[in-house]
Design a protein around this ligand. Structure first.
Ligand SMILES: O=C(O)c1cccc(C(=O)CC[C@H]2O[C@@H](n3cnc4c(=O)[nH]cnc43)[C@H](O)[C@@H]2O)c1
Length: 236
């Protein structure tokens, strides 16, 4: 499982029996790039992969490669953490599970508006988690299902929120790592899931309105209910 920061990783870890064993992530050194895998007795690994799609992709890919090289490839990658929620569907404190993980700002701005990289003839902008798994997660946790957008710039105005909603009517949340984590998983042929807890509304910037503690508690509760779903899920 990949979160952005250690507080999110620890909120997920609290849902599982501990303690975690800390294992250095190979190749990340001892300096500022050093990263560790928290290996839980339940059999899953947690990493705080960093904020933003690029670092999250790099660290997730490193963890996937390390797992493959030790002969224990991951069956599933879960991107998780806090997020902005689109009102009214995803209020603060709610959970959102992605049936689509979409890069919202990967493309070109033109006089006619935003053009996604796929419309420019490159790559991909959306990854789709396994449908049965998404349904199981929504049923077990009460998470809302919809598109989770990945952005490199946190939305801070009503105009930007409205533009995203117009382009992605099924968007329920935005965060900064999902698409990067999904690209890394796809490069290894590994299914991906994104589950987010809403800490703030997507819209005008208002730091006082963040409810990070509430969102982290929702994450712990959600993963507490998720363990049987994850344990019983097998790729088709
Ligand atoms: O400075 C701000 O106004 C601001 C507003 C919301 C979030 C941030 C962050 O720096 C958080 C980045 C971190 O948390 C996830 N996150 C949480 N809320 C959002 C959001 O509304 N839009 C995008 N990302 C969000 C994100 O995945 C990062 O890991 C700053």
């Amino acid at each position: 499982m990949a979160t952005a920061v250690p507080a999110e990783r620890d909120a997920v870890a609290r849902a599982f029996p501990g303690p975690a064993t800390e294992v250095p992530l190979p190749g990340t050194g001892a300096g500022p790039a050093a990263a560790t895998v928290h290996r839980l007795p339940a059999g899953c690994d947690l990493i705080a992969a960093g904020v933003g799609p690029a670092l999250a992709a790099a660290r997730t890919a490193t963890a996937l490669t390390a797992a493959a090289l030790r002969g224990r490839p991951y069956a599933l990658v879960v991107c998780t953490g806090i997020a902005g929620g689109f009102a009214p569907e995803a209020p603060v404190g709610s959970l959102v599970v992605a049936d689509e993980i979409t890069a919202a700002d990967l493309g070109a701005e033109t006089a006619e508006g935003f053009v996604a990289v796929t419309d420019l003839g490159f790559g991909t902008v959306t990854h789709r988690p396994p449908e049965a798994l998404v349904r199981g997660v929504a049923r077990a946790t009460g998470a809302r299902t919809g598109t989770v957008l990945t952005v490199s710039t946190v939305t801070g105005t009503a105009a930007r929120a409205a533009a995203l909603r117009a382009r992605h009517p099924r968007a329920r949340a935005e965060a900064m790592e999902g698409f990067g984590v999904a690209e890394a998983a796809a490069a290894h042929g590994t299914p991906v899931l994104e589950l987010r807890a809403v800490s703030n509304p997507v819209g005008p910037r208002d730091r006082a309105a963040w409810r990070i503690g509430e969102a982290l508690r929702a994450l712990t509760d959600g993963f507490g209910k998720l363990a049987p779903v994850l344990e019983s899920w097998r790729p088709a």
